[in-house]
Design a protein around this ligand. Structure first.
Ligand SMILES: [Zn+2]
Length: 311
C-alpha cells in the first residue's frame, strides 16, 4: 500500500479565475501585465512583468503572445513610467512566454536573455545560475530551475519574492513536459526554491502568492508530485497496465479531455524517473511497465539527500 496522502491545495478559493486585473503594480519596480491568452494550459493568461529600478532601466520578463492589445498595454506602462528598455528576459522557451520576444528585441534593439540559446542569429545572452541584472534598487538574480523545461529560470528579487515562470503557478500545478521536462530535476528544483525561502511568488500564470501562501504552495507542489508518482507506481502493479490505462486510472474524469496529452506527458515523466531510480521495470515494450518492488516512501528522502549532487 502507498502511504503518501492526497495533499490539499492551499490556494483553493483565494482568487477566482478571470478576476485578475489587466495591469497591476505589485511592488516598487515591478508591474504585471496580463496577456489575453487565457486557456486550460495558460490559466488566466500569460503574466508579462516589467522589472525596473531607480535609473528607469527596464527588463521585460516573458513578453508573451503576439497580440496588439497586449503590446499596447506594455508600451503604455513603459511610457507612463518613462522607462528605457534594456532587455527581454525569458523564464523558459515555451511559446506562450516567448512568442513576441524577437519582436521586442528588434524594435528596442535589446538582447534576449534566456536559459538556452536556440536561435544563434538573434542578439541573445545566456543566463546561468546566480547571474544578476542590477537595476539601481531593483535586481534580478537567476536561479536555474530545470524540470518544467530544461532551460527554466526563476528570478529572486531584493524583496525576497521570486518570479517563478511555470515552475510554480498561481493556480493548479505545472506540467513536466516529458522529454524536455524532467521530473527528478523538477522535484529537485522545487526543493531548491523551497530552501531559498521566497517571501512570496510571482508566477508565469495565475495570481501572485503571498508570503503566507508561498511556503504552503511549495510544500503542496512537492507532496502533490510525490502523490502522483506513488499513483504511477501503484498503477503498474499489474503487468497488463498500459501507459494510457495508467493515465486514465490516475486522472479519471478529473481533467478535461483536451488536457489528457498533458497528463500523459507528466505520467511519462514519472515513468522515466521511476525507471532511472530502479522503482519500475519495462514489461515487454515502452507502453508497459511493472513495479520492481519498493514503494516510493523513501524516494523524497533520496532526492533531499541528493539535492546538492549534480544530475
Ligand atoms: Zn506557460
Amino acid at each position: 500500500m502507498v502511504s503518501v496522502a492526497v495533499p490539499g491545495d492551499p490556494r483553493n478559493g483565494l482568487v477566482p479565475m478571470g478576476s485578475m486585473p489587466q495591469v497591476a503594480e505589485l511592488e516598487e519596480g515591478l508591474v504585471r501585465i496580463l496577456a489575453p491568452n487565457a486557456s486550460p494550459m495558460t490559466l488566466d493568461g500569460t503574466n508579462t512583468y516589467l522589472v525596473y529600478g531607480g535609473n528607469r532601466a527596464v527588463y521585460l520578463v516573458d513578453p508573451g503572445p503576439t497580440d496588439a492589445a497586449h503590446f499596447g498595454r506594455i508600451a503604455e506602462a513603459i511610457e507612463a513610467r518613462r522607462l528605457e528598455p534594456r532587455g527581454v528576459v525569458l523564464t523558459h522557451h515555451h511559446i506562450d512566454h516567448s512568442e513576441s520576444a524577437h519582436r521586442f528585441s528588434r524594435e528596442w534593439s535589446v538582447p534576449i536573455l534566456a536559459g538556452a540559446l536556440e536561435d544563434p542569429g538573434s542578439p541573445a545572452i545566456l543566463v546561468e545560475e546566480g547571474d544578476t541584472i542590477d537595476l539601481d534598487g531593483q535586481r534580478l538574480t537567476a536561479m536555474h530551475t530545470p524540470g518544467h523545461t530544461a532551460d527554466h529560470l526563476c528570478f529572486m528579487l531584493p524583496s525576497g519574492r521570486a518570479l517563478t515562470g511555470d515552475h510554480v503557478l498561481g493556480r493548479g500545478t505545472s506540467v513536466v513536459a516529458y522529454p524536455d521536462g524532467d521530473l527528478e530535476r523538477y522535484l529537485r528544483s522545487l526543493l531548491q526554491l523551497e530552501s531559498a525561502g521566497p517571501r512570496g511568488m510571482y508566477p508565469g500564470h495565475g495570481p501572485e502568492l503571498s508570503e503566507e501562501t508561498a511556503a504552503d504552495v511549495l510544500d503542496y507542489y512537492i507532496s502533490h508530485r510525490m502523490y502522483r508518482i506513488s499513483q504511477v507506481l501503484e498503477a503498474f502493479s499489474d503487468v497488463r497496465t498500459s501507459v494510457a490505462d495508467a493515465v486514465r486510472g490516475i486522472y479519471g474524469q478529473s481533467i478535461p479531455a483536451g488536457l489528457f496529452f498533458a497528463a500523459e506527458l507528466s505520467t511519462r515523466a514519472a515513468i522515466a524517473m521511476l525507471m532511472k531510480r530502479g522503482y519500475l521495470e519495462v514489461a515487454g515494450d515502452d507502453d508497459h511497465y511493472v513495479r520492481a518492488g519498493a514503494g516510493v516512501e523513501r524516494l523524497l528522502d533520496e532526492l533531499v539527500a541528493d539535492r546538492r549532487r549534480p544530475l
